[in-house]
Write a protein that binds this ligand. Structure first.
Ligand code: SF4
Length: 412
């Protein structure tokens, strides 16, 4: 009797917006080692802050929902315990902050006599704490009352780009992502309400001034609920254009991320029409030395438009005159607020373009993956190309063929 062989497992490859799309665009080869080879970065500081600030905002919202603690929140009493909790959660996953970013967690030191009352102004001013406080007291105050749900997992399925029966791994691929915050509101009613004197929401006010928002508001149906997708980024505002052709255009990638989220969300049964997207670049509330240096570089490379340079002439002048060893310049609140929020217009053409982009990235990943499965060497199957900053922080620079630093590396 001939026993039938078990049929091949049917697998639909899953791709995530942040874990795959954004990291593949940063550098194909680095993505291969880190994501497909599950080699975590040895110094994941950027990742630590991103996860820390997401965790802090999520936890702060949960506490606000239950206790309705009025703003501004006190750092020592209301915010520090949240920082401690998130820090410990991240430590359990092997993610640790730098000393200058966050005071070490008291909860993790059973032998210490220190209590939360021993924290001082210096600890308070550490970068991650200072940003967490500003993010909660500036944006949390206006954002939390608008939140409908947070950390929402969304998934969808698409045809595999360039499907080939003999080569492709599957005829479909899955996309997933986590929306940081989803707000739901009756746009017309909210705007009417915001015109009343006693309603003062900075996010609604900024939306009202946005030209695309003004155009779209006329199409909104009275009494119908609309959604706004919100994403926090633990980074500075990226420039609109990049001068280095090898560098990823983060400005575009972030827009594509929100547009793809809006398509994924629209596939869910309980979704309402998506009206706009908002990205918060939270580093802008308390820029680090590195952030200031990058803004300076952007000014000198002509990457900041004349209108913005004119509007914030004083702030840009302070940044231009500032030197790395000087005290950080006292930038105006308007400057910091405007740079920390970005409105994304959601429209069908833009959504289709971003989905096509996602398809093309998946096509490239699958192509490299299949080449590797078929026996091609890793460094030949995956393109190694990134900007200097990414390469200099990369763990694989010592053996990456495309990096000048490989040549400089000597074994003592
Ligand atoms: S050194 Fe640069 S090009 Fe090479 S893998 Fe790392 S980021 Fe990519």
């Amino acid at each position: 009797m001939k026993l039938p062989s078990r049929s091949k497992a049917y697998i639909i490859p899953e791709y995530s917006l942040t874990g795959d799309l954004l990291s593949f665009l940063t550098c194909n080869l680095q993505y291969r080692y880190q994501n497909k080879g599950t080699l975590p970065p040895s110094k994941p500081v950027q990742r630590w802050f991103g996860e820390f600030i997401h965790g802090v905002m999520e936890e702060a919202f949960i506490q606000w929902k239950h206790e309705k603690t009025p703003f501004p929140w006190d750092w020592k009493e209301d915010i520090r315990p949240i920082e401690d909790l998130i820090d410990l959660r991240l430590q359990a996953r092997g993610l640790y902050p730098h000393d200058e970013d966050l005071f070490y967690s008291i909860l993790n030191q059973p032998d210490t006599d220190l209590t939360i009352d021993d924290l001082n102004e210096h600890d308070h001013k550490k970068l991650a704490s200072a940003r967490a406080e500003k993010a909660i007291n500036i944006w949390g105050k206006h954002l939390f009352p608008l939140i409908d749900s947070s950390e929402l997992l969304i998934k969808g399925i698409r045809d595999m780009p360039g499907y080939d029966e003999h080569r492709s791994r599957s005829n479909y691929y899955g996309i997933n992502g986590v929306v940081d915050v989803l707000t739901s509101m009756k746009i017309n009613r909210t705007i009417e309400q915001s015109n009343l004197d006693n309603y003062d929401n900075m996010i609604i006010e900024i939306l009202k001034k946005n030209r695309d928002f003004q155009k779209r508001i006329t199409d909104c149906k009275e009494g119908e609920d609309y959604e706004i997708i919100i994403d926090y980024k633990g980074m500075k505002r990226p420039p609109v254009e990049v001068t280095n052709p090898k560098a990823e255009n983060k400005w575009e990638s972030h827009k594509q991320q929100i547009l793809t989220y809006s398509w994924l969300r629209s596939q869910q049964e309980d979704s309402k029409p998506i009206f706009a997207g908002i990205i918060f670049y939270l580093n802008e509330l308390v820029p680090s030395k590195e952030d200031l240096m990058l803004i300076k570089e952007e000014m000198n490379s002509g990457l900041i438009d004349d209108e913005t340079l004119e509007k914030y002439e004083n702030d840009f002048e302070m940044i231009q005159n500032w030197q790395e060893d000087d005290k950080a310049p006292e930038l105006s609140d308007e400057f910091k607020l405007e740079r920390s929020i970005r409105i994304i217009n959601i429209d069908d053409d833009e959504i289709n373009k971003s989905l096509e982009k996602f398809d093309s990235v998946v096509f490239e990943i699958e192509k490299s993956l299949i080449n590797e499965i078929k026996g091609c060497k890793i460094q030949d199957a995956w393109k190694a190309e990134a900007d200097e900053r990414t390469c200099s922080a990369c763990d694989f620079k010592t053996f990456c063929k495309n990096n000048n630093q490989t040549k400089e590396f000597k074994i003592p």
